[in-house]
Design a protein around this ligand. Structure first.
Ligand SMILES: Cc1cc2nc3c(=O)[nH]c(=O)nc-3n(C[C@H](O)[C@H](O)[C@H](O)COP(=O)(O)O)c2cc1C
Length: 492
């Protein structure tokens, strides 16, 4: 069925039954009247700006759900984390007043001359390509309204990212889209020019993603429109598959030196990494390289194995890499253990959707959080499950301009802003109920997990928390083997 759904059929039956009413018997009006009404409504939906679902599927939106539409009640906030044991945050008998202003976290270590104040909740990496231009623009306008950041995703900086005035974290993946040299490496001049744009507040180098471990980004052929092909410098109508690893470095030491060079080329803006943690020794190898070279990224975004993707997720998705809780605890401990935690901020992505999620991730080691799928819902996603086909009915994850029309940019931008504001406000209220005025006051004792019926343990007991510099002074037995194996000149 085409984009106009059953509208042509409804219109045809309206015409036939109306003719029969004139030519055969007035009784035919019983059939003609509802068909005519539906036709008018469908045409109205098509022409005028109405609810996204109806604009995307005139008549079908009234008659019922389009194919692939989720059942009633299915469009709701993501479920509580099914990956974890039941947990609760610890309220205080002495709550405090909630802070009036939403907290921000300063991102930018000593080598950074243009630090950025990051919000507690931001738009996680999603490319123009995975998302429609209108969805990207609505997210960007929402970010501008609410003063939070939008990560561009690895598809490059598009005009849609630059039209809404929102702050950007420009992500570089293995394809270096937007600043790719002819040999597939990074074009430094183009990078410097784009990084100098005032909208670009930070640069994020993506090493890996929870939902697609070991593979570069995949943009299915159905979504490689002429505009995307032009933006990325790739052929039309063929899957765009980025290489699995970076061309510009091949060891932890080379990686941290590359980060330092990126920061310099970006005029001192913060440069960070995005990764899903696999072996602890690999992350420790990065830490050793930072120590050896005396340079460090300004932030590390930890993605959980439970993360999402715009491409068809491989069968292995969610089965490789650490879930977010474990990844966060590992990265926080490793950076603390090598004495670098105070200069590197940690972001967290992986099913963050509510204020409670934000507070939970802060306790587990994050300084701020990013949300992808929850932001998609805010911008109009109806979870039709067709992201990779290009047939998204709500105009969010499609490159079909007619389908994209279903998304009303101004309305969705306000919704994105409201969602972020209310979620952060809720996080602040929850912290106040826990007796904590600022994120820095949260400790692992504030989060409790039921480990067996009737047996509850706080995160302070459940996990080992390293003291600043502990790995350098002499790693505890549980860390010794990984610390020894960590090689700044190799990944094994
Ligand atoms: C449609 C879509 C596109 C994505 N594109 C990217 C991308 O280009 N780069 C990236 O690092 N992560 C990408 N991700 C992963 C998200 O940024 C995020 O890390 C992950 O989905 C976990 O967050 P969530 O649980 O809030 O979705 C994408 C996710 C989705 C759903």
């Amino acid at each position: 069925m085409g984009r106009s759904g059953p509208l042509p059929l409804v219109a045809l039956s309206a015409a036939l039954s109306a003719s029969a009413a004139f030519l055969v018997s007035a009784r035919w009006w019983w059939a003609a009247a509802p068909a005519l009404a539906l036709t008018c409504a469908g045409v109205g939906d098509l022409l005028w700006r109405r609810r996204s679902a109806r604009r995307g599927h005139p008549s079908a939106g009234r008659l019922g759900r389009p194919a692939g539409w989720p059942p009633p009640g299915a469009v709701r906030e993501p479920r509580p984390d099914a990956w974890e044991e039941p947990e609760f945050l610890v309220p205080s008998l002495w709550p405090v007043e909630a802070a009036q202003e939403p907290p921000v976290v300063r991102v930018g270590g000593p080598d950074c001359s243009q630090p950025y104040d990051m919000a507690l909740l931001n738009v996680s990496a999603m490319s123009f390509g995975a998302l429609s231009g209108r969805a990207v623009l609505a997210l960007n306008r929402g970010a501008a309204l609410g003063r939070f950041a939008q990560d561009t995703g690895e598809g490059g900086l598009s005009e849609h990212h630059l039209r809404g005035g929102g702050d950007l974290v420009w992500e570089l993946g293995t394809g270096y889209f937007g600043c790719r040299a002819d040999d597939g490496g990074l074009d430094w001049r183009e990078f410097a020019d784009k990084a100098a744009l005032p909208e670009v507040r930070c640069v994020s180098l993506k090493l890996s993603q929870g939902a697609a471990p070991g593979t570069g980004a995949v943009l299915p052929a159905a979504k490689v429109s002429a505009e995307i092909a032009r933006e990325r410098g790739v052929p039309r109508g063929v899957d765009v598959v980025s290489p699995p690893s970076h061309r510009m470095f091949s060891t932890p030491r080379e990686l941290v030196l590359f980060v330092a060079r990126l920061r310099e080329a970006a005029g001192g803006k913060p440069v960070g990494l995005k990764l899903c943690v696999g072996a602890r020794s690999e992350f420790l190898a990065l830490c050793r390289a930072m120590l050896a070279e005396g340079v460090a990224p300004d932030f590390v975004v930890v993605d959980g194995a439970e993360g999402g993707t715009g491409a068809p997720p491989p069968a292995s998705a969610g089965r490789l890499g650490m879930p977010l809780t474990q990844g966060l605890v590992t990265v926080h401990n490793a950076l603390t253990g090598v004495g670098l935690r105070d200069r590197i901020r940690i972001g967290a992505s992986g099913r963050v959707a509510t204020g409670r999620d934000v507070v939970t991730r802060l306790i587990q080691g994050a300084d701020y959080t990013n949300a992808a799928r929850a932001m998609m819902l805010a911008v109009g996603c109806v979870r039709a499950g067709r992201c990779h086909t290009g047939g998204c009915p709500s105009g969010v994850a499609t490159q079909d301009p007619l389908r994209a029309r279903a998304l009303h940019v101004a309305r969705r931008a306000r919704q994105v802003e409201r969602y972020q504001r209310e979620t952060v406000r809720d996080a602040v209220r929850i912290m106040a109920a826990m007796g904590v005025r600022e994120p820095g006051g949260l400790t692992p004792a504030h989060l409790v997990r039921r480990v067996a019926p009737g047996v509850e343990r706080s995160y302070a007991d459940l996990y080992e928390w390293l003291a600043p510099g502990e790995l350098l002074a002499g790693p505890p037995p549980s860390w010794a083997a990984d610390w020894k194996a960590a090689d700044p000149d190799g990944f094994d």
